[in-house]
Write a protein that binds this ligand. Sequence first.
Ligand SMILES: Cc1cc2nc3c(=O)[nH]c(=O)nc-3n(C[C@H](O)[C@H](O)[C@H](O)COP(=O)(O)OP(=O)(O)OC[C@H]3O[C@@H](n4cnc5c(N)ncnc54)[C@H](O)[C@@H]3O)c2cc1C
Length: 378
Amino acid sequence: MDLTFSTSELAFRDEFRAWLEANPAGQSPEGEDAAYAFRTQWQRRLYEGGWAAVHWPRQFGGRDATLVEAAIFYEELARVRAPIPANVLGILLGGPTLMLWGTEEQKDRYLIPILSAEEIWCQGFSEPDAGSDLAALKTKAVKDGDDWIVTGQKVWTSGAQYSKWCMLVARTDQDAAKHKGLTYFLLDMEQEEVQVRPLRQITGESEFNELFIEGARIPDENVIGGVGNGWKVALTTLMNERAGLAFGLQVALKIGLDKLTEQASARGLMDDPAVADKLGELHLKCEILRLTAYRGLSTTMKYGQPGPEGSLTKWMWSETNQQLAQAAVDILGPEALLSDSPWAYGLLRSRGNTIEGGTTEVLKNIVAERVLGLPRMR
Ligand SMILES: Cc1cc2nc3c(=O)[nH]c(=O)nc-3n(C[C@H](O)[C@H](O)[C@H](O)COP(=O)(O)OP(=O)(O)OC[C@H]3O[C@@H](n4cnc5c(N)ncnc54)[C@H](O)[C@@H]3O)c2cc1C
């Protein structure tokens, strides 16, 4: 693809840069709940300025931006180190899934509250015995009049403690083949039958939770994409998850690398060939990631939806992000491990990068089979 921005793309970038300059995000406060409230406020400001999700249709609060403009938008957000909007799963996963599979009524009802951060969304896919093998999930939904009654357990549900809606995949046909008996629902989290229990991570935070669902009700109108069609709808969510973050994440990675290079330079460490080599290698990886993210964009432009190539950028980003945090510790020494150092947090948080949104092993299988066309492993 042509990587030179057109005059209108440059004008788009300049307009957003000017807005960001006039509307700085500010510093996130300490504490998980306060930081989350700060991210909610930030998303509201983006929404009010018409910048919450530029590639969404105007009628739902977006700007009808092209995919290249959307890529520029994420790069600019990362460049100013803006916080991740609170409803990131709604914006990147839920909205696009609803736009493809939802009815007109569902789009009218749910899309704007996602963008305005009025209603936060979480993703209830993984279960104790169904992660990579999502189709093995056991949470059950049984028809009862115009409702469905749901029973089961979900795990690793990020942001569930703040969410109004959960993108829930449940088994609605016990007799059908594994991938065929699933249905995609929107579960209202505000009911007693849904219990959210936080899980503490290595960072000390509780980003994710266990969900215990004991007879929760979901009305028929909250089925997304038709009964028994849950697998296909879930794949749309997963493809958007893997491709969606590529632009912002690769810029954030590059900013981190520049920071480490500055710190190494200030300590006179750049004359050490091992340090220069490591930073050079990471620089190359960042560039490859940036160019691969743009290549994935070409596929999305051609087919209208992200393809399996997003698995490649997710895999490359997660491994490079871990390598960057480890390099910081190797180069800066124990200082990088002090509790108030962002590198210490980065080192601990990045361990999950190769698991969340699809493990590296699973992504490698997808790239091998669906991008490179190699034989299936089984
Ligand atoms: C920070 C974080 C946030 C998350 N947020 C959410 C969320 O909001 N919602 C949600 O639903 N889930 C979420 N998850 C869960 C995540 O999607 C799963 O952890 C992931 O899909 C892996 O599933 P699992 O943990 O059951 O591991 P398993 O699937 O049991 O995998 C265990 C190991 O076996 C390997 N493996 C499994 N199958 C294969 C295969 N076919 N070939 C080769 N190797 C294989 C895996 O790579 C892994 O190393 C989150 C996870 C993390 C770490």
